[in-house]
Ligand binder design. Structure first.
Ligand code: HEC
Length: 318
């Protein structure tokens, strides 16, 4: 052992550190892109990336090196209380996560899993997009529930991240000599103990998953990736009813049929109503009128699982 270097221990292997920083990047990206509807694709791309990282971290918790394995987390409530009580003068040095941190780390991993699952469910049910888009057909009436669940899990996550940062700050102030903050950059801590070394299976698994997480984000950015695929096809109104396009697109852009309920279309299409259509005369011959009305009624809000249609019907009911 080299003198002066006797306290340096390799605790966090490269995959563990890369996982940590990619996770930070993807969570921040997803969070920043969560406010605007037109950034939804960016938000979900980062979200899928987080999903791959979480799967990796769970696997890593079983096959990874010492200190990264769940079995190496000192998950004992008694020890955690003991640790926090003696935070100024810990009785025992933990080279990996201390007991309090172990609970927070496990909490973050579990919460992230639910954030991603509820997010993919929301994307599928509410937007009819992504890998669970088929669920939109049957569950669209419940769409708000999944979005709310997603938000609840995100709130829990933010709370746990705050705890994590508070823990890191506490450690920096009270146990600076351990070099905990430096360890997430360099991998080394100044604590007596065993260093880690990766075997080839660990190296292969880590390389595949970390590369996949980055790949998924980049793939998600592109419009047509299956990860974003929408169940709604661009409706070619021309093909369905050329009469509708001709007559109703003459004065303004076409109002999509799914934006109004049946009864509104029936009312709007009454011959009397067409004669005085928002101050204009939009009268039609009876044959065309009946055909257009049929088309509008058949494609009204009631027959659509689109978010806008569901919300319109709901707001009208209320
Ligand atoms: C002669 C011109 C003209 C024709 C033809 C016409 N519209 Fe309109 N429409 C208007 C005007 C003007 C308005 C009110 C201003 C606006 O919203 O653009 C309007 C408004 C509407 C609105 C209400 C939008 C809102 O903001 O509430 C709907 C729905 C609509 N039209 C559907 C139709 C349909 C369906 C047809 C075919 C049967 C049709 N229009 C044909 C002129 C026309």
């Amino acid at each position: 052992m080299i003198k002066g270097d006797k306290m340096k221990r390799y605790v966090w292997s490269l995959p563990t550190r890369l996982f940590h920083w990619l996770l930070v990047l993807f969570i921040v990206g997803a969070y920043l892109a969560s406010e605007e509807e037109n950034l939804l694709r960016i938000h979900t791309a980062f979200g899928y990336g987080v999903g791959v990282l979480v799967i990796f971290r769970i696997i890593w918790g079983f096959i990874g090196p010492k200190y990264s394995r769940f079995s190496d987390f000192p998950l004992s409530i008694k020890e955690a209380i003991e640790y926090i009580k003696n935070i100024f003068h810990p009785k025992k040095k933990y080279i990996g996560h201390n007991p309090a941190a172990s609970f927070v780390m496990l909490g973050i991993i579990i919460t992230l899993f639910f954030v991603v699952v509820s997010g993919v469910l929301t994307y599928g049910i509410q937007e009819g997009r992504g890998v669970l888009a088929f669920l939109n057909n049957s569950l669209f009436r419940e769409m708000e529930v999944f979005e709310e669940l997603h938000e609840v899990f995100v709130s829990i996550l933010l709370f746990l991240i705050a705890l994590h940062l508070a823990g890191v700050a506490t450690d920096y102030i009270l146990h600076k000599e351990d070099g905990t903050i430096a360890s997430i950059f360099t991998g080394y801590k100044n604590i007596e103990g065993e260093s880690v070394k990766l075997n080839s299976i660990q190296k292969i698994v880590a390389t595949l998953f970390l590369a996949a997480s980055i790949g998924v984000v980049i793939w998600g950015f592109t419009q047509d990736a299956p990860l974003n695929k929408s169940i709604y096809e661009e409706i070619e109104y021309e093909e369905h009813s050329s009469l509708f396009v001709e007559e109703c697109g003459a004065c303004h852009t076409l109002y999509p049929p799914h934006l109004l309920p049946k009864r509104s279309w029936v009312k709007l299409m009454e011959p009397k109503a067409l004669q005085n259509h928002f101050g204009d005369d939009a009268s039609l011959d009876e044959e065309s009128r009946v055909e257009i009305e049929k088309f509008l009624v058949a494609n009204s809000a009631e027959s659509s699982t689109k978010e806008a249609a569901v919300y319109i019907l709901k707001s009208l009911k209320d």
